[in-house]
Design a protein around this ligand. Structure first.
Ligand code: GTQ
Length: 358
């Protein structure tokens, strides 16, 4: 907000005389408004995000989530989730302007019943021993660090046949879908969707440098639902040993839809990066406000005047067009997601790599 007042507009704004004001009131009565009064606000020279740089410490979140588990059954709650709400959008259920995030708990023996919605979802697993999510008839067992997608309008239910809590971060494009007023949701008539495919079948068909005979992708969404941490983690580690480290990102890779090379889902981009011990990134900014989830290691991120000190399972936000510098005290791995896929599809995305902080 303070930034909005200090940011100069490049556009003119004429004096508001009593005569003009009276005219504007007559305009308003006819559902019209003078552009010259608002031009600088609606067309800013660069992004003026209300999104704030914030951090959620897992050590503070986990007890709250466990308490929610004592207070409500997952049946009562439909989904037992603590929404991670950016203080720049109070009451708005957003972690950034375009993305929703939450922490979900499934207790041993619970099933979060089957439903579907237009909003696309990702799960990034924090704790699980035997938890699963089922997408369109294929079950995927969850392990810590796994990135799992629930594409738009696919039926999904979650379960925990193990004996410890299952906890993951949800990331959904809910604000984006609602921006377009294009949300639909439906329940499946039964608690669980029937299992119609073997576990790992989609991985075998599409994710092993092979594809079904004469296969042509039908949409933008990945037919592979699960991106196990063990594989991605090993790729980063081995690339770190054999290839140069990027000054802005460390060793950073993006998750892909294996049959198109595009992002796993049409609206949400996801990334995994390794920051070597003592690495300090060069300053970077991009127009996609980004949610980071720390999978390993400790460090800090300087972003827009804030200093966010993070450790395992902490979640933090870097707002649009705000310079960020990451420093790793020990070797760290960060998962991140943003609306970059949507912005790039619409030709809106920009980035800037700086050499010194301004
Ligand atoms: O697990 O299906 O955090 O539908 C928000 C909405 C999770 C889910 C959320 C959802 C889900």
């Amino acid at each position: 907000m303070a930034r909005e007042l200090t940011d100069p507009s490049i556009f003119r704004r004429p004096e508001t005389t009593p005569e003009r004001k009276a005219f504007y009131e007559r305009m308003a009565a006819r559902n019209t408004a003078p552009l010259w009064e608002v031009m600088g606000d609606i067309i800013p020279p660069e992004p003026r995000s209300r999104c704030q740089p914030v951090l959620w410490r897992y050590s503070e979140m986990r007890p709250l989530l466990v308490e929610a588990g004592d207070l409500l059954t997952s049946e009562e709650a439909e989904r037992r989730v603590l929404i991670l709400e950016n203080p720049g959008y109070p009451g708005d259920s957003r972690i950034t302007h375009s993305m929703y995030a939450g922490l979900q708990l499934v207790r041993p023996g619970e099933i979060a019943r089957c439903h579907r919605h237009v909003a696309s979802a990702l799960r990034f697993v924090l704790e699980s021993s035997g938890g699963y999510t089922s997408v369109d008839g294929e079950k995927t067992t969850m392990s810590p660090g796994d990135f799992i997608i629930t594409p738009s309008w696919t039926f999904h239910d979650h379960g925990n046949p193990g004996d410890g809590p299952v906890i993951w971060m949800d990331g959904l494009d809910v604000p984006l879908v609602n921006h377009f007023d294009s949300s639909f949701a439906a329940l499946y008539p039964e608690e669980e969707y029937p299992v119609t495919r073997g576990e790992g079948e989609s991985q075998l068909r599409y994710g092993e440098n092979l594809a079904p005979l004469e296969y042509t992708p039908t949409g933008k969404t990945s037919p592979v639902f699960s991106y196990p941490y063990s594989r991605s983690r090993e790729s980063l580690e081995r690339l770190y040993r054999m290839a140069p480290v990027d000054a802005w990102h460390g060793v950073k890779m993006q998750y892909v839809n294996p049959v198109t090379g595009g992002y796993p889902m049409p609206t949400i981009a996801t990334f995994l990066q390794l920051l070597p011990a003592k690495f300090e990134s060069a300053p970077y900014r991009s127009t996609d406000s980004t949610v980071f989830c720390v999978t390993e290691g400790r460090g800090e991120t300087r972003v827009g005047g804030a200093l966010l000190a993070w450790g395992p399972n902490d979640i933090f936000v870097v707002p649009s067009w705000t310079q960020a510098v990451h420093r790793a005290d020990e070797q760290a791995v960060l998962f991140s997601f943003s609306d970059r896929a949507a912005q790039k599809a619409l030709g809106l995305w920009r980035e800037e790599k700086l050499t010194t902080s301004t």
